[in-house]
Design a protein around this ligand. Structure first.
Ligand code: SAH
Ligand code: SF4
Ligand code: F3S
Length: 438
């Protein structure tokens, strides 16, 4: 039997897709990249903006007709669009067999068996007290150097523009003992770097009685031998504690790299977004972080064209890019999400204006990113080898502690997972070129 899987959205979805493949491997399914020969097609969806949400309908338009030639084919849609639409998706897309929500990942194999017998479509999207699938622990691929580990799911922040709390449910933190056990096992299997995942990792453990907090969790992960680097995403600036800033200074395995979503530079816009901090609060956290770890690399998320964002407001976002100097940003045009508070806000910004602001924002950031990469030339870094470079010919690819991509030549006995001293010799558009030094 063969499973074809298509994934949209954030790292949480990428991680969930890995779990799905693992669950079905236990049932004798091999992954395939050819949808035409698949016995099972699973689409893991994202609804954070309108564009990714619409992709699911064109995907189903491609896959449902395959059933004419292969009537035994089962098609399932999961993830955040599935959660939002529920059984309405089955009504809208005849031929779709299964809709499973963000808390139903673990029971997907049962749903597939059920549908194979009954040939009746099912939709299951109820939120559980503990989201199903949190304890599924896939084995890493033989060559893998890094692995994602889910530590929590859901979000209680309800930023006014965001659909995530509605489609992922309330915040739930996985017991720390289970997280540590999973990471110990990954280390034994050769994993060198773990990425801890959650929509709002800074509030880890806050709701669970007697649970440790995020900074304490990091300290415990740090003790696991074999793990060389620790990263995490996503951090909400509002919940970034002093203890976490201190952890960056105290824990050498914690990468000097942080994704810290800003969203906007104007206090009026931040207040309407419900973010709970001002631009000055944010800059103060950045200042403290850089005092603890001067070389820390920051990345962020930006939304342009939020309702009521004036040209002056937008200028304040640009000013923040200049002040913070991020390595990279992920910037988006504001997209109305049905059911969120901001969907009712007045003063909608025209798409034309949003596009123009996005282009200005990205042009400024491209310049800053280039300057930051150029400033690395001549420096030395310990590079974690992640694999052979795409260019081949004895070239390897790796990451600096600040998560910058470096390509370099190295001897034939180099292996993924090696930590090599590399001198940076050139800066390209999105990466660095290096030379191994003795
Ligand atoms: N939990 C994370 C990420 C959530 S979604 C966080 O709090 O940062 C990832 C990014 O998508 C957000 O940071 C935001 O920049 C963007 N996003 C969310 N809703 C959006 C919307 N309605 N329109 C445009 N971008 C949005
Ligand atoms: Fe969305 Fe805000 Fe929660 Fe992030 S913190 S997932 S932006 S509601
Ligand atoms: Fe998208 Fe859901 Fe992630 S909406 S960004 S896949 S949590």
């Amino acid at each position: 039997m063969k499973i074809f899987l298509e994934t949209y959205g954030c790292q949480m979805n990428v991680s969930d897709s890995g779990k799905i493949v693992y669950l079905f491997a236990g049932q004798g399914y091999q992954p395939t990249t050819d949808s035409k020969t698949a016995d099972l097609i699973v689409i893991n969806t994202c609804s954070v903006r309108e564009k990714p949400e619409l992709k699911i309908f064109s995907a189903l338009g491609r896959y449902i007709p395959l059933k004419r030639k292969r009537p035994e084919l089962v098609i399932a849609v999961g993830g955040c669009v599935a959660q939002q639409w529920g059984d309405k998706l089955i009504k809208r897309c005849p031929g779709l067999d299964i809709v499973f929500g963000t808390h139903q990942l673990d029971i997907l194999p049962d749903l597939v068996s059920q549908v194979r017998q009954s040939r009746k479509a099912v939709a299951l999207t109820d939120f559980q007290e503990r989201p199903g699938g949190m304890e599924v622990m896939p084995a890493p691929a033989a060559e893998a150097v890094n692995a994602m580990v889910t530590i929590m799911q859901g979000c209680d922040n309800f930023c006014s523009y965001c659909i995530v709390p509605y489609v992922r449910g309330r915040e739930y933190s996985r017991p720390h003992a289970a997280i540590l056990e999973e990471i110990r096992r990954l280390a034994q299997l050769g994993i060198k770097e773990v990425m801890l995942l959650g929509q709002n990792v800074n509030s880890y453990g806050r709701k669970e009685k007697g649970e440790i907090n995020f900074a304490e969790l990091l300290a415990k992960v740090h003790e696991i031998s074999g793990i060389e680097r620790i990263r995490f995403t996503t951090s909400h600036p509002q919940d970034m504690s002093e203890a976490l800033i201190f952890a960056f200074a105290e824990l050498p395995k914690l990468s000097p790299y942080l994704h810290l979503p800003l969203q906007a530079g104007s206090d009026a816009v931040l207040a309407r977004m419900g973010r709970g901090y001002t631009a000055a609060d944010y800059l103060e956290k950045v200042r403290r972080l850089r005092r603890a770890v001067p070389e820390i690399a920051l990345t962020t998320d930006i939304i342009v064209g939020f309702p009521g964002e004036s040209e002056a407001d937008f200028q304040e976002t640009l000013a923040m890019l200049e002040k913070v100097r991020y390595d990279q940003i992920y910037s988006f045009k504001y997209s109305i999400r049905p059911g969120t508070r901001a969907a009712g806000f007045a003063d909608i910004i025209a798409d034309e204006e949003k596009r123009e602001r996005l282009a200005r924002c990205q042009a400024l950031q491209d310049k800053i990113s280039q300057e930051i990469l150029a400033a690395q030339v001549g420096r030395r870094a310990k590079v974690l080898v992640t694999g052979a470079s795409k260019r081949g010919a004895g070239e390897w690819s790796g990451r600096t502690p600040e998560n910058r991509i470096v390509n370099f030549r190295a001897s034939e006995d180099t292996r993924s997972g090696d930590l090599l001293p590399v001198k940076i010799v050139a800066a390209l558009k999105h990466s660095l070129k290096g030379e191994v030094v003795g």
